[in-house]
Design a protein around this ligand. Structure first.
Ligand SMILES: [Fe+2]
Ligand SMILES: [Fe+2]
Length: 436
């Protein structure tokens, strides 16, 4: 049974139907100047996924012509292209055909680190050449499954009913842009943040809180970037943006202070778990970012009184939020938050981890990933010290990680103990003052 069939079965199960809904096989467009490589893809697909349709072109203009003639679900492109650079192609496809999943399949030595970095602005996923056929197929299936998950009607109905979806703060976009340039200095990074005075003061408030335990008071964005690293700084910018546009709430699990503590600790533990599993630095950063953002869907539904109204009595009765949401709505704050991150163009690994942090089984996985790190970290933080985390044993054994739980528990212990003993003062966003 293919992954798409399994996903279809899961969706059908959620809706209560006994018969899996048919999901059309994806239409692919491959772009690579090497005709032999394209022929290899053609043979590979014929043998592994004969029901998929695919077109093959050797340059960017031909790719755009193909997409204009007939839509594709997935674009798999080399960066190093003749006529039109692969990064230009990705940016054009992002603008003209935003629904197309954009995957880069390139070798860094051919494309150059600079081009790869620039492509991060408009690609959902990266794969390094040479890429085993099974890996390529599996990544395409994951990306398609994620889109299907985030297009379920129950989710789009809820998101469509939200009063507004926050936009990505311009400062964040400028930071991302500056970081794509190797020569960006810490001074420039500091200058970008300093342009938004309200944002700067809130970020510095967080940075100077006991949560980060910095040795001295930080007074400038430049110092913050040097001491914390630019990626942490970027996460803080997002967090400040989201927290200042959300109303506070007394509902269990929805208070802003409580949420910030929970999310920042989940980010920290996710990164430690990813590191302990020997993942590369990119995956560790993604685990941190996904951990810190995993519950942003809660901030979004805080502004949806009808949604919260359906949950309130169950929440006060102590029932788990995600359980109530899946039962009442067939979806949850996890998918709602992931939907927003998808709109904002976050990498699939982050979107996927946020979407699946309560139900990692919704998309097939056979190995440890950022999803695992965030799911496990969140479960430990939700359980609290001394209590077993609610993680599906079937999921852990499916990815061959049951034996790792004890090691993760050790990583979680000091974080949980600190939180419990309240020696850690949570970095709380100020609850007064103008909202952005
Ligand atoms: Fe959650
Ligand atoms: Fe959570």
């Amino acid at each position: 049974m293919s992954l798409l069939d399994r996903v279809a079965g899961l969706f059908a199960g959620v809706r209560g139907s006994a018969v899996p809904e048919a999901i059309p096989a994806p239409a692919l467009l491959f772009v690579d100047p090497d005709q032999n490589l394209l022929d290899g893809h053609r043979r590979m697909l014929r043998s592994l996924r004969p029901d998929w349709t695919a077109r093959y072109v050797t340059d960017g203009p031909a790719a755009l012509t193909e997409l204009a003639a007939s839509p594709a679900d997935v674009l798999v492109t080399e960066i190093d292209l003749p006529c039109r650079d692969g990064t230009d192609l990705l940016a054009s496809v992002q603008k003209l055909f935003p629904a197309v999943i954009r995957i880069v399949l390139s070798s860094e030595t051919d494309a150059g680190a600079d081009a790869i970095l620039r492509a991060t602005q408009s690609a959902h996923q990266f794969l390094a050449k040479p890429c085993p056929a099974e890996v390529l197929v599996s990544r395409i299936e994951h990306a398609v499954s994620l889109r299907l998950l985030l297009r379920r009607p129950e989710l789009t109905r809820i998101v469509g009913g939200l009063p507004h979806l926050p936009s990505l703060p311009p400062v964040y976009l400028e930071l991302v842009r500056a970081l794509s340039n190797d020569r960006a200095s810490m001074n420039e990074i500091g200058d970008i943040l300093a342009r938004d005075v309200a944002m700067t003061s809130r970020v510095l408030h967080l940075v100077n809180s006991a949560f980060f335990g910095l040795p001295r008071k930080v007074t400038s964005p430049r110092e913050a970037a040097v001491l914390l690293g630019v990626n942490t700084l970027k996460s803080l910018v997002l967090y400040v943006r989201l927290f200042f546009s959300a109303p506070d709430s007394k509902l269990p699990g929805f208070g802003l202070d409580e949420l910030w503590t929970h999310c920042s600790l989940t980010g920290r533990l996710s990164r430690e778990i990813a590191r302990a599993e020997g993942t590369d630095s990119r995956a560790q950063e993604q685990a941190y970012l996904a951990g810190i953002l995993h519950d942003i869907g809660k901030l979004l539904v805080l502004e949806a009184p009808r949604y919260l109204g359906r949950l309130e009595s169950y929440l006060w009765a102590g029932e788990s939020l995600a359980d109530i949401e899946y039962r009442e709505f067939g979806t949850s704050h996890a998918e709602i938050g992931a939907y927003l991150l998808g709109l904002w163009g976050f990498p699939d690994a982050v979107v996927e981890a946020v979407a699946l942090h309560h139900r990692p089984q919704q998309i097939f996985q056979d190995a440890f990933s950022v999803v695992t790190a965030v799911t496990v970290a969140n479960a430990f933080l939700e359980a609290g010290p001394g209590k077993p985390p609610a993680i599906d044993p079937g999921y852990l054994s499916g990815i061959g990680a049951s034996h790792r739980l004890a090691a993760w528990k050790e990583l979680a212990a000091p974080i949980l103990a600190k939180a419990e003993a309240r020696t850690l003062t949570p970095a709380t966003p100020p609850t007064e003052g103008p909202r952005t």
